[in-house]
Design a protein around this ligand. Structure first.
Ligand code: SF4
Length: 427
């Protein structure tokens, strides 16, 4: 069984009928590549960290190209296709040949999934019925608010009533996961409450709340902060409280990203599973594990329980996958072990990281940890607790093995522990 990805291309903002006010890609010009684990050792910048992280396409791909590529993929597929997903840098609902494409994909007779849409390209609510007829089974749909005026103003949706009608029809017929980027003072409070109730009544499977980011340390790494001057994003703690509170008052599944999934106990649900933790190898190597501010306390506590020979060092950046060289510059190298583990997806070139982290004259080796240690609310929405626990078990297994393989022999210097995780310039 396999998934067939159908990439329609497109540019965020430009192929979505204009930028949403909160779009992560707004104001991105042409920043220098950040570097990543995929870069060649002698060259900072590769296709992934130059083009893919910016969703940089030339525009929507011609329908003929997309159809031919899909056919070619089908011809070489070795497994039965059990899911077809339409994705792209732009918004699929704005793809000029969207309905033709859906009609062609229906012939595959596998459940169709739209990975993400804002719905701004839908100008006729009857499209919902046609999509269902053609096998659409799951869709992630940005709603922002059930108030059409707010959708028009903040998403620049020219036909917000139609988009909301499409959401309502799809939510009653298929698995619809709605998403809301929470802008404090605009679509939180009573507006959010009404939006959640409206979605629940319509039959939505879930609601993913996304904390708005407006500053580099919150995740705007493409030189485009602030997106909305004057809007103060919520702290991670108050956002998590909002998610917990809203979830407690609704039957529909509600998660938040970066924190939390109240139904599954993630991120790091494994902290409440001592039997699973007991299955992991013990830590024997000494290393510093650099991570983001959100994951740090969870990870420090887990590594302590696994043997405590590795220290967790939090940077100011809240999301580990978005750590860049700037974050490493803020660390005090003298507080680090000789071996430093960086998150697999951190956007920094390994050679550059080693130079920054050795700037006190002590040579340090940088190794990469796993890409994912847990599931954020966006990822966990389509999962159950077993799936999340398996992901966490696998991630921690690889992390512990990486530390034990590359770290210096442990000598009882127990520097990890809850409350002991150190932060740049504050240790
Ligand atoms: S629809 Fe999505 S990608 Fe397009 S501008 Fe809005 S937030 Fe950005």
């Amino acid at each position: 069984m396999g998934e067939l990805i159908v990439d329609v291309g497109g540019r965020p903002g430009l192929d979505c009928r204009g930028f949403c006010a909160y779009c992560y890609f707004k104001h991105v010009r042409n920043p220098a590549p950040l570097g990543c684990r995929h870069c060649l050792p002698f060259k900072k910048g590769c296709d992934y960290c130059t083009r893919m992280v910016r969703e940089q396409y030339d525009g929507f791909r011609p329908f003929r190209d997309v159809a031919q590529e899909t056919l070619a993929k089908l011809q070489v597929a070795t497994r039965e296709i059990d899911r077809v997903t339409i994705s792209g840098g732009g918004d699929p609902s704005c793809y000029p040949a969207f309905e033709d494409l859906v009609e062609v994909l229906a012939a595959i007779e596998a459940p169709l999934h739209i990975g993400y849409t804002s719905g701004k390209g839908f100008d006729d609510a009857r499209v919902a019925d046609r999509l269902v007829e053609h096998g659409l089974s799951e869709i992630s749909f940005t709603v922002f608010a059930s108030d059409p005026g707010l959708r028009r103003r903040y998403m620049h949706d020219p036909t917000p009533d139609v988009s909301l009608a499409v959401i309502e029809r799809l939510a009653g017929a298929i698995d619809l996961y709605a998403a809301v980027v929470v802008l404090p003072g605009i679509n939180d409070g009573e507006v959010l409450e009404q939006t959640a109730s409206w979605l629940e009544d319509a039959g939505a499977r879930g609601l993913i709340l996304m904390r708005f980011a407006n500053e580099p340390h919150q995740g705007l790494v493409l030189g485009n902060a602030p997106l909305l001057p004057g809007i103060e994003p919520q702290s991670v703690g108050s956002f998590a409280a909002l998610v917990r509170d809203l979830s407690a008052r609704h039957r529909m599944r509600i998660t938040g990203t970066p924190l939390l999934d109240p139904a599954l106990g993630s991120p790091f649900a494994i902290r409440d599973e001592p039997e699973l933790l007991a299955r992991l190898p013990r830590l024997t190597g000494r290393a510093s594990v650099v991570t983001g501010a959100v994951a740090a306390p969870f990870l420090a506590s887990l590594l302590e329980r696994l043997g405590g020979t590795a220290s967790v060092v939090a940077v100011r950046k809240e999301i580990a996958c978005l750590i860049t060289a700037d974050d490493l510059h803020e660390l005090d190298p003298a507080a680090l072990e000789r071996v430093v583990v960086l998150p697999g997806r951190a956007l920094v070139h390994d050679r550059e990281a080693e130079a920054i982290l050795s700037s006190d004259g002590v040579p340090r080796t940088v190794v990469r940890g796993p890409d994912m240690l847990t599931a954020d609310g966006e990822t966990s929405m389509g999962m159950n607790r077993e799936g999340v626990l398996e992901m966490e078990l696998t991630g921690l297994f690889h992390l512990v093995n990486t530390i034990n393989l590359h770290g210096e022999p442990g000598d009882g210097d127990r520097r990890t522990g809850s409350g002991q995780e150190r932060r740049a310039g504050r240790s």
